[in-house]
Design a protein around this ligand. Structure first.
Ligand code: TTP
Ligand code: MG
Length: 362
């Protein structure tokens, strides 16, 4: 690896919930194990959380109705979700991974990014460090994982999914382009159905086509997200492995007026000022929000909160202030003066490449 080049691992546990169940009950090994809702002989409601790779050969997948899974694989072993156990195992896995990283970032229940740029120098090669990580998880937790190694996070994430289960895919800096070019654009984290449709309209199906497409065009159609996608496709994603405090569950601001007010304009101006502050904090922390809550305290100290959840995670200041202003309308009829107003954004999510706003569909 050349100087200044980072070495990033993305680790993803294999069929996580199902593997934990098999570790708990080794007689299930080799069987199609399906974790999720009760199939009730094929009439059950609810979905599959995950399943073992043996069950996947029958076509069973995460998110599929459990009744469909039952039709595909009637002789499978169906187990309920035991979240407490999975969280306990998750914590043990993450503690092991943290010990191997210069910088560590957990993602979801069974994934993490490790920046090992310095650490890897203690090993013969990135491969020997990967083997050490896999060995530690296997010996101490009894599970397998798949690891992608690349000079940046987005490529490492795609690489960890490239070969599963128990996979190892190393993409050296000189191979990044060749690795990405033939893959479908949907392999990029965060590219779901909606973005796929937009890209399809632009004639873009593969990451290679995305990389060669016009950056300006993508920006015009998908906004900042379009530029992020273009960078990922060109292998130039430079986002850091984020090592932070526990992520905040919400961000909020409030203001108590010097004198209780009955002027709506004054209240909306204050809402706007708080909204602008929150939007800046969100940007700095790379967080999106989905829920906006308005707090209103009247002169007699009676306090109300009203919330609105948006259809997408967003980062825009106008989405915060717009939602909060709308919520304020609910108090229009109240003749009491307002003593305090507050705005909170919650239901937060980190973003690297997920779309804050899709400006326009073609
Ligand atoms: P994933 O890592 O997406 O899936 P996985 O670990 O089961 O399988 P893979 O080997 O392909 O990585 O998700 C991690 C866990 O999150 C999974 O074990 C169960 C849970 N999950 C759900 O509950 N519902 C879902 O739709 C998905 C995708 C995952
Ligand atoms: Mg997984």
């Amino acid at each position: 690896m050349s100087k200044g080049q980072r070495v990033i691992f993305h680790v993803d546990m294999d069929s996580f919930y199902a593997s934990v169940e098999i570790f708990r009950n080794p007689s299930l090994k080799g069987k199609p194990v399906i974790v999720g809702a009760d199939p009730k002989g094929g009439t059950g409601r609810g979905v599959v959380s995950t399943c073992s790779y043996e069950a996947r050969t029958f076509g069973v997948r995460s998110g599929m109705p459990i009744s469909t899974a039952y039709r595909l694989c009637p002789n499978g072993v169906y187990l309920p979700v035991d979240m407490d156990l999975y969280l306990e195992v998750c914590e043990r896995v993450m503690n092991i991974l943290r010990g191997f990283a210069d910088r560590f970032e957990q993602r979801g229940i069974d994934e993490a990014f490790l920046d090992v740029t310095r650490r890897v120098k203690e090993y013969d090669s990135p491969e020997s460090l990967v083997k050490a990580v896999k060995k530690a998880i296997s010996e101490r937790v009894g599970l397998t994982c798949s690891i992608g190694v690349a000079p940046n996070k987005s490529v490492a994430k795609i690489a960890s999914d490239f070969k599963k289960p128990d996979g190892l895919t190393i993409v050296t800096p000189d191979r990044v382009k060749d690795f990405l070019v033939p893959l479908p654009a949907s392999k990029i984290a965060g590219v779901g159905k909606k973005t796929r449709e937009v890209l399809k309209h632009m004639g873009i199906y593969t990451i290679g086509q995305l990389a060669r497409s016009s950056r300006e065009n993508l920006q015009r159609i998908l906004g900042k997200y379009g530029v992020e996608l273009w960078c990922v496709a060109n292998g130039t994603d430079e986002s850091e492995v984020y090592e932070g405090e526990q992520e905040p569950k919400s961000l909020s601001g409030e203001h108590t007026f010097e004198i209780d007010v009955d002027d709506v304009l004054m209240v909306t101006k204050t809402i706007d000022a708080i909204g602008a502050r929150l939007a800046a904090q969100l940007r700095d922390s790379k967080l999106l929000f989905k829920t906006v809550t308005l707090k209103v305290r009247f002169e007699d100290f009676e306090t109300f909160t009203r919330s609105k959840s948006l259809s997408y995670h967003m980062i825009d200041e106008s989405a915060i202030t717009g939602a909060a202003r709308n919520l304020l309308k609910e108090f229009e009829e109240d003749k009491r003066k307002i003593r305090l107003v507050g705005v909170k954004v919650s239901n937060l999510q980190r973003f690297e490449t997920s779309p804050p706003t899709i400006k326009k569909y073609l």
